[in-house]
Design a protein around this ligand. Structure first.
Ligand code: MEV
Length: 447
């Protein structure tokens, strides 16, 4: 049977097998079984205790997938200078962030402010009874929900967090009989997803029991259907702002053909385009998330949740727009970014993943608020570097220079060939074809 045909098989009970057996089954589905096992095992940690940590993060782990862990130095936020860990595979992201961070560190650094840290969860339910009945007892229900969640919230309350409020929301104009209980939370230094979801599931149980037993609803429990209870990854009130500001003269020399003011105006126009055009906004914001995701991954945070919230926030006016903005006023360039960033520095993977733990130590064990500001600053650094390149020499110049090593590796270049290619392409255009040609000529010089 060919590998392709074999892969069409349904495998039952896979998750219950030992790792070695899973690996063997995967290899049997491939045409090159011995090489498959060798390859996958070559990425295991020699230290079995360390490997066990990774095996237990997720089901059916058969190996580890490595992504480079880099650092961006000279990241100045509110006067503190950080060495920021970034985990990302894209060649030019760390270089771009480092260069922008250095640039702004010489101009006062990034200024940042956490606007708020409130998180949201929802109990979604259908209620066929009278709305007024729900409203009349809602304060009592709130009290009950708070009390019943106490065993979950006690520890969080000791740290200054917990449930902030419950709100009844009538959604019947969107869906027949549909209501929500919107619950707001403060989760301090934890991202808080498990805490929030546990509180919400408890609150849904309380709602059900309340309707079943409260005299006001006698016999009305059939009118209630709990649909689901889950946190919202949209956290518009867990918001951070980062900004920089400088006179035009501080932007002199970025491009030899532009004065500081011309650069500022060109940059501002590029950002304006990302505010008005969705196609551009998507790429513009992707560049911001290059920086944000890299820090989120390095610190063990959930980058999918962060991205989802960021993109929703970018659409909050009804049209998807840039997350960064520029104002040119009184001879000054003002540039800022504002976005929701629900990150944690305790709980989750932050202490379990040895490198996430290390990243947080490298950042000086920041609070969640401090990490929000550092992470947003890296989004801004990457955005600044990208737009600066786009409005001056173009993105491919730096991008392909960084990509040169990937192309050389594709041609299995030796260290010596890499050295020669790096020197040769330092002042030439890099492309797959031109690097291929260069390597061919090195290996088979024509007389
Ligand atoms: C590439 O990963 C990101 C950029 O495309 C962002 C941008 O265009 O602003 C360079």
């Amino acid at each position: 049977m060919s590998g392709r045909r074999k892969r069409d098989l349904i495998i039952k009970g896979f998750s219950k097998l030992l790792k070695e057996d899973k690996l063997r089954i995967v290899a049997e589905l491939m045409d090159n079984q011995v090489e498959t096992i060798e390859l996958l095992k070559s990425f295991w940690y020699a230290d079995t205790e360390k490997q066990k940590i990774f095996d237990e993060f997720s089901e059916n782990t058969i190996t580890n997938f490595y992504i480079p862990y880099g650092v961006a130095p000279n990241v100045m936020v509110n006067g503190h200078t950080y060495l920021v860990p970034m985990v990302i595979e894209e060649s030019s992201v760390v270089a771009a962030a480092s260069s922008a961070a250095r640039f702004w560190s010489e101009r006062g650094g990034f200024r940042a402010k956490v606007i708020d840290t409130v998180k949201i969860g929802q109990v979604h339910f259908l209620w066929e009874g009278e709305k007024e009945k729900l409203e009349r007892v809602f304060d009592e229900l709130k009290q009950q929900m708070r009390e019943n969640a106490r065993s979950i919230t006690a520890n969080m309350e000791k740290r200054g967090g917990g449930i902030l409020d419950f709100e009844l929301i009538d959604m019947r104009d969107k869906l027949e009989n549909y209501y929500q209980i919107k619950v707001s939370f403060e989760t301090k230094d934890s991202m808080g997803a498990n805490f929030i979801n546990s509180c919400l599931e408890e609150s849904a149980k309380t709602l059900k029991e309340f309707v079943r037993t409260h005299p006001a609803f006698h016999g009305k429990e059939r009118e209630l259907t709990i649909i689901m209870a889950i946190l919202s990854n949209y956290t518009p009130d867990c918001l951070v702002r980062v900004w920089v500001e400088c006179p035009f003269k501080d932007l002199e020399g970025i491009d030899p053909s532009l004065t500081g003011e011309q650069f500022a105006r060109k940059f501002a126009t590029a950002v304006k385009i990302a505010e008005i055009d969705t196609f551009r906004a998507t790429t513009h914001n992707k560049g911001i998330f290059n920086g944000i995701d890299a820090v989120a991954i390095a610190t063990g945070n959930d980058f999918r949740a962060i991205e989802a919230a960021g993109h929703t926030y970018a659409s909050r006016t009804g049209r998807y727009q840039s997350l960064s903005h520029v104002e040119i006023k009184n001879g000054k360039f003002k540039y800022w970014i504002e976005l929701p960033l629900a990150v944690g520095t305790v709980g989750g993977l932050t202490a379990l993943h040895p490198l996430a733990k290390h990243s947080l130590e490298m950042l000086g064990k920041p609070s969640a608020k401090e990490l929000m500001m550092i992470t947003a600053a890296m989004g801004m650094a990457n955005n600044f570097a990208a737009v600066r390149s786009l409005v001056t020499k173009g993105i491919q110049h730096g991008h392909m220079k960084m990509h040169l090593m990937n192309i050389l590796n594709h041609f299995k270049a030796t260290d010596d060939e890499k050295k020669k290619a790096t020197a040769y392409f330092s002042d030439k255009k890099v492309s797959f074809a031109s690097v291929g040609e260069f390597i061919k000529n090195l290996r088979h010089p024509t007389k």
